[in-house]
Design a protein around this ligand. Structure first.
Ligand SMILES: Nc1ncnc2c1ncn2[C@@H]1O[C@H](COP(=O)(O)OP(=O)(O)OP(=O)(O)O)[C@@H](O)[C@H]1O
Ligand SMILES: [Mg+2]
Length: 487
């Protein structure tokens, strides 16, 4: 996960662990800083006490006068540290702004460190000021106080801070180490606990995801997915979400069942109506034809009327057949599953089209090998015939129509391309919908119902294929893709 993403987009799990760690780090920081600061204060208090005692003892270390009371400042004196002074104690004597001597108490045999480089720093120490820390280079930091001597000199006494600082560094290091280790432990443990706590939520989310992947838009939908009983305990937050999701799925399932029942009723009605209409339509057509063939003289006006009755009955018959076919395809009736040679079918269909539209130019592009798919030959023939009929009826005479079939990997690709005026732009998005027709074909004479492409799409879908169209003035191409492997 990238930390550059806004926090609101982090997974809940990460956010919980990060928030816990942030709070814990803050708490550790407050505790650590307070502890170290308190310790520092106590240690400085203690060393200042020791410094005061050391400063009190210091005048008794003057070798040449044996104690306070000697008033000659310049009289040479060398330092002796009185008993009780700690190792590392600094003793400096200043007369009239000149350091007379400066020495650090060392263990016997240890080399004495050189204090001379720090005289300028030492000369800034004023008597009467509280113990103050001075950095003395290689000697380290010193806590120093100054006092006036009876002989006019100023006596500086200092104690090294190295031990105190070591202690503070050690304690700070330990506090920091413990803090880092604890945070690491909390991050690891927290992740495990949070992950375990959120697992029910993930199960609920998985159920919701599964449902979201179902196709609910049409047909019979079996909405069997439910959140498990363990994740629907109303006493827990996740349980309430799980129970609510289950209730919602129940409602949606019921609604889908009602929808499916109503769809089935409408489909059944269309199928029944179409079926029932076939017989009377055939009768009307037959009687009209019969009455035209009578030997009795028929007035020309009546003959025209009878011809119209016959042709409209024929048109209605085609429409009823189309509706019945669509209703059957919608109900998912199984189609025949037989090998169909698309190449031979295309040759037949184009030669039929040639007869029906002799003024169009018809071209065929076929591969060497026959292209065979498994399916319903009659239905597939109808697909090809509908596409060729469109290329004939919706284009002017002289239009060149090219039909081709090819085998691409596991797909048979059938195309019908014409160089006619193209499908109107407004119609193109819904050209495969039922009763979608171009304005020019609205005339009843054209015998156009707008079901041709709807049937093409339904038949192709029933064969697990897909049909697409690409149209602009001068080129309209319909492409049908059908899987060559059986279901
Ligand atoms: N090759 C084409 N060139 C131009 N327009 C076309 C072409 N094919 C289809 N169309 C347009 O798409 C519309 C829908 O076609 P569809 O085949 O579904 O219905 P139809 O041909 O009007 O009627 P039916 O096929 O049911 O007799 C047509 O009315 C026509 O306007
Ligand atoms: Mg058509």
């Amino acid at each position: 996960m990238s930390l550059s993403r806004p926090i609101s987009s982090w997974p809940l799990r990460t956010r919980l662990v990060a928030a816990t760690m942030a709070l814990l780090a803050l708490a550790f920081l407050v505790v650590g800083v307070t502890a170290v600061a308190t310790l520092q204060k106590a240690l400085y208090g203690r060393i200042d006490g020791q410094l005061a005692a050391a400063a009190k003892r210091a005048p008794y270390g003057m070798k040449s006068h044996g104690g306070p009371g000697d008033s000659d400042c310049d009289k040479p004196k060398s330092p002796t540290f009185p008993a009780g002074q700690a190792i590392g104690t600094l003793s400096v004597r200043v007369c009239d702004g000149v350091v007379k001597y400066a020495e650090v108490l060392c263990d016997e045999g240890q080399p004495k460190p050189d204090v001379a480089p720090y005289y300028s720093t030492l000369l800034t120490v004023q008597p009467g000021q509280p113990p103050t820390t001075y950095p003395l280079g290689e000697l380290g930091d010193y806590r120093i106080v100054a006092q006036h001597m009876p002989d006019g000199a100023v006596l500086l006494t200092g104690l090294p801070l190295s031990d105190l600082q070591d202690t503070l560094y050690l304690v700070s290091g330990v506090v920091l180490g413990v803090m880092v280790l604890s945070l690491g432990g909390v991050a690891g443990g927290g992740t495990v606990i949070v992950r375990r706590t959120l697992r029910p939520l993930e199960r609920v989310a998985a159920t919701a995801t599964k449902v979201s992947q179902l196709r609910l838009d049409k047909g019979e939908v079996e909405l069997a997915q439910r959140v498990g009983e363990a994740d629907t305990d109303p006493r827990t937050e996740v349980g309430r979400v799980g129970a609510a999701l289950n209730r919602m799925l129940d409602h949606v399932g019921n609604a889908l069942e009602v929808r499916h029942a109503s769809e089935t009723r409408v489909r059944q009605f269309v199928a029944d109506a179409s079926h029932e209409l076939r017989t009377p339509l055939a009768a009307i057509r037959g009687y009209a034809e019969l009455s035209r063939r009578t030997h009795e003289p028929v007035p020309p006006e009546l003959e025209h009327i009878l011809r119209r009755v016959e042709s409209e009955a024929k048109r209605m018959g085609v429409l009823v057949d189309d509706l019945l076919l669509l209703a059957r395809l919608d109900s998912g009736r199984p189609l025949a599953q037989k090998p169909v040679d698309l190449t031979a079918m295309l040759v037949d269909a184009v030669s039929d089209a040639h007869v029906l539209g002799p003024k169009h130019g018809w071209r065929l592009e076929l591969p060497e090998e026959p292209v065979v798919v498994v399916g319903d030959a009659a239905r597939l023939h109808q697909v090809v015939a509908n596409l060729l009929a469109n290329a004939r009826t919706h284009t002017p005479e002289g239009t060149i129509v090219t039909a081709s079939v090819a085998l691409l990997e596991n797909e048979a690709v059938l195309t019908v391309v014409d160089d006619g005026p193209g499908i109107p732009e407004a119609l193109l998005p819904q050209v495969f919908e039922r009763f979608a027709r171009g304005d020019s074909s609205r005339s009843r004479k054209a015998g156009s119902s707008g079901l041709g492409l709807a049937i093409v799409q339904a038949v192709v879908a029933a064969h697990r294929g897909a049909v697409s169209v690409d149209s602009r003035p001068g080129r309209t191409a319909f492409t049908v893709r059908l899987p060559t492997s059986p279901r």
